[in-house]
Design a protein around this ligand. Structure first.
Ligand SMILES: NC(=O)c1ccc[n+]([C@@H]2O[C@H](COP(=O)([O-])OP(=O)(O)OC[C@H]3O[C@@H](n4cnc5c(N)ncnc54)[C@H](OP(=O)(O)O)[C@@H]3O)[C@@H](O)[C@H]2O)c1
Length: 338
């Protein structure tokens, strides 16, 4: 089978190679991958950015893939050949609060990922793809959608009438926007360009502010949110955005700490945080149950993932990662397997 392999780390070392086809052991299934999607972390991992927390040689990258079961090992009762499935981001996190061991089981980092034509999964590391959802759509869900669902629904508890801030037009943020709109919340968004502002509005954002034109966008959002600020923020910017996010957030508000696209280490103004009784909470993707619930809810409500129009093949994985780096994409960048 063909697979992408990186290591020593560095995007220049990413190569497409031929490897033996894997076989299913007891309790395992072989999935023929049909599509994968990229996340910001994949770029970091390919370049060795996870330090000692990642495999640094001969790593098959990417965490998010969808495909078809083609073989089952002894004792497999949950799946049969032909079933359409997506892989869980953390195979060892089935439900409930995470443990250190569960969080260490993420694909495409410490263990091999899905940038390969066939992959073995434990039978409890998969979720069924809802009817009517395609492979590329399903492949966008395991990391970005699960993270957004955890931030907005499970941890944030967003309800009708809440005011939710999302940042940019990347994978996590567009899912967060869609889930917040679904709950009946009023959504506020920031982005860097006019065309992207149009996409955010079409998806249901009521107010959009350009963070490049308005350096004080946090206070602008607060003003737009009736002078009180937003009740929830999904923070994907990190160091470059947290201060403005705190300006935008209402007293008692919830800030889901998700990402670091503008820097990983920020100074925290503790008195501002304490006096406003903010709740800052780290989010680490989600469990298998989270993935099942969000995919079924998306199917029920007809929510479709936003997929960037540029499509890539496995051979073009390096180009796809470079494209992600440009930040010119909207939503999810996908790779289709031939
Ligand atoms: N904790 C978790 O569980 C978890 C899970 C998934 C991802 N993450 C992290 O979340 C972040 C986003 O991931 P992703 O996969 O959604 O990324 P992505 O698809 O690459 O999207 C990144 C988007 O961020 C926006 N952006 C860039 N600089 C910004 C700034 N200074 N202020 C506001 N927005 C800015 C851009 O939107 P515009 O072009 O519209 O400006 C860009 O498209 C990454 O740091 C990733 O590592 C964390």
């Amino acid at each position: 089978m063909r697979a992408a392999l990186v290591g020593p780390v560095g995007i220049a070392n990413l190569a497409i190679v031929t490897l033996p086809e894997p076989a299913a052991g007891p309790g395992e299934v072989v999935v023929a991958l049909r599509a994968a999607s990229l996340n910001w972390r994949d770029l970091l991992i390919v370049e060795g950015g996870y330090g000692t927390r990642q495999k640094r040689s001969r790593l098959i990258p990417l965490s998010d893939g969808a495909g078809e079961v083609v073989a089952t090992g002894p004792g497999v009762t949950a799946w049969k050949s032909g079933d359409r499935v997506m892989g869980c981001f953390h195979p060892d996190w089935q439900a409930g609060p995470p443990t250190a061991e569960a969080l260490a089981s993420d694909l495409g980092c410490r263990t091999d990922g899905v940038a390969c034509e066939f992959r073995v999964f434990r039978q409890d590391a998969l979720v069924r793809i809802p009817d009517g959802m395609g492979f590329p759509e399903a492949a966008t869900l395991p990391c970005a959608a699960a993270t957004a669902w955890s931030a907005v629904i499970e941890r944030g508890g967003v309800r009708p009438g809440d005011r939710v801030l999302v940042q940019g037009t990347g994978g996590v943020s567009l899912f967060a926007l869609q889930f917040a709109v679904m709950t009946g919340a009023e959504v506020f968004a920031i982005t860097s360009g006019a065309a992207k502002a149009g996409l955010l509005r079409r998806l249901g954002a009521r107010h959009v502010v350009n963070y490049r034109d308005d350096a004080d966008w946090g206070r602008t959002i607060r003003r737009l949110a009736g002078g009180r600020g937003v009740t929830h923020a999904v923070e994907i910017g990190g160091a470059g955005t947290l201060r403005q996010t705190m300006h935008a957030t209402a007293a008692g508000g919830f800030i889901a700490m998700v990402g670091v696209v503008s820097g990983a280490r920020a100074e925290l103004n503790i008195p501002v945080m304490a006096m406003n009784a903010f709740r800052l909470e780290g989010v680490a993707v989600g469990s298998r149950l989270t993935l099942r619930q969000l995919s079924e809810t998306m199917a029920l409500h007809g929510i479709r993932p936003v997929i960037d129009p540029r499509a890539f093949a496995l051979d073009g994985l390096r180009d796809a990662l470079e494209y992600l780096r440009t930040g010119t994409h909207s939503g999810k960048v996908c790779v289709a397997f031939g």
